[in-house]
Design a protein around this ligand. Structure first.
Ligand code: ADP
Ligand code: MG
Length: 238
């Protein structure tokens, strides 16, 4: 486990600045949800934490160590994407084992970790299947499994449920909450769905146009929105 700190983080694409100085302090084991409309910069922020985008200025630190410039594989972070990004030609087992193989983890250790994650995520019967032979919810679990087996210090989620139907989304939301309770991994979770944010977050961050408008416990943000944008966004129906 680890803390995660962003200090005055900015991002420009060419001449256009899209993240305008964001400060976030995620405590050890805390689950923070970033919520905001499409295009406000959620994915870009997460990708900078993951090392998939460079930081134009400011710092990203994990456990007090600045990681700007550190390769994604060396950041002790695992990311779950919206489109799952599974390898279609690989079995569920191989999809989950992939990152560990790259990291040259010994085979028995890989098998033990995949078995443990498969059990936790109810994927044991599907380990030899290909992603196309799974339902949307099962694919989503494989993507989670692939992150869990790496035992990262920090989890990043980018709208992991947005491709699921409404019923499955509710179920997976509960499963993520249970996993979070069991694993307690420091997490940054991005969504455009304020219900997801309200139910999952220890603290939530409302983003608007590249700025963190408000940070606080869900009920506190709900009861005491600090900008008109936050009031409108949190108050609007899902
Ligand atoms: P969100 O995830 O909240 O929908 P994004 O982080 O994807 O928002 O995008 C934030 C802004 O940055 C948008 O205006 C988007 O068009 C712009 N943007 C994102 N990625 C790139 C890129 N690679 N090149 C240029 N502009 C980008
Ligand atoms: Mg996005």
């Amino acid at each position: 486990m680890a803390s995660l700190t962003l200090e005055n983080v900015r991002k420009s694409f060419g001449p256009t600045e899209v993240i305008h100085g964001v400060d976030i302090d995620v405590k050890d084991g805390e689950f923070i949800v970033i919520v905001g409309p499409s295009g406000c910069g959620k994915s870009t922020l997460l990708r900078m934490v993951a090392g998939l985008e460079t930081v134009t200025s400011g710092t990203v630190s994990i456990d007090g160590r600045v990681v700007n410039g550190v390769e994604p594989m060396d950041r002790d972070i695992a990311m779950v994407f919206q489109n799952y990004a599974l390898y279609p030609h690989m079995s569920v087992f191989d999809n989950m084992a992939y990152g560990l193989k790259i990291a040259k983890t010994p085979k028995p250790e890989i098998e033990a970790r995949v078995a443990q994650a498969a059990k936790m995520l109810q994927l044991e019967p599907y380990l030899q299947r290909r992603p196309r032979e799974l339902s949307g919810g099962q694919r989503q679990r494989v993507a989670m499994g692939r992150a869990i087996v790496r035992k990262p210090a920090v989890f990043l989620f980018d709208e992991p449920l947005s491709n699921l139907d409404a019923k499955l989304r509710v179920q997976m939301r509960l499963e993520i909450k249970t996993l979070q309770r069991d694993l307690g991994v420091t997490s940054l979770y991005v969504t455009h769905d304020q219900v997801e944010a309200m139910t999952l977050a220890d603290r939530m961050i409302v983003m608007n146009g590249g700025v963190a408008d408000q940070i606080g416990a869900p009920l506190e943000v709900y009861a005491n929105p600090q900008t008109a944008f936050v009031a409108g966004f949190i108050g609007s129906p899902p």
